[in-house]
Design a binder for this molecule. Sequence first.
Ligand SMILES: [Zn+2]
Length: 302
Amino acid sequence: MGKAYNKAILIVDAHTHRYPEEVSKDPHAFAARQKETHWLELVEPTGKKSLQGWVNGKRMISDMKAANVSQAVLQGWYWENPASCILQNDWHAQWISNDPEKFIGFASIHPDLGQPLDELKKRHDQGFQGIGECHPWVQGSSPRNQKWISCMKFACERGWPVTFHVTEPVGHEYPGRVPTPFRDFLWLAQELPDLKIILAHAGGLFPFYELNPKLRPLLKNFYYDLSACPLLYEHSLYRKLVDVVGVGKILWATDYPLRIFPVIQKDPDFLTFKNIIKQEAMLSDTEESAIFGQNLLSLLPC
Ligand SMILES: [Zn+2]
């Protein structure tokens, strides 16, 4: 992707999801067809109000415009069925080709993909720039799986960042919650010290482990996105994160179209969270440009 534009003024959301209308109009039918029960339980939980917002691409683009968001990373999903990963990568390929200046495509992978490296090479050629959102444990595996490692090596070689979903060991129970052990992330970082690892959802507060001098060197290539944080933590988190790990490691992200302010809003947007961070974290101009776009862009391959 061309980098002729001035990066400094770009606002980039590091973690969004987008679905075609065939999915958003009838998630139950899609889940039944693709055998995606875990995903369905998250987006349409039984006996509980859903936090998922459903929007079409046009609405997403107009919401981005309303918040002055120039670009959004389209995160894939940790589908249980490898075929769904390929299907979603096809959607992303279409959308980044339609609006290359607006969308940054990340690829979905599965430890049971037949030829994972062929799939990644194909997506690389289509202009994808990372892998995520990953959760190999939901897919019945872990980052230690051999095929998984080969995908991580691919990411390392191409300079692609990899975004992982993170579940805290304690603190938030929700239907379909599957642990993502911190130990496995540390293991991965030791195996592949050059791999750029983005832990989603403020890393489940994992960033505070950077205060442990024994761990800090191991965590040098860890970054933390803020997706869904308003649902999980107090707003005082944002300033504390910057102070603990440094401004260069924090990536603004929403998890759009998740409704991360269910009490005050019916529909998802980008603006509310953007404004809250600005108010709460008291960011300097440099911090603001780093967190709202520069950091993410600097993680993308050249
Ligand atoms: Zn997630």
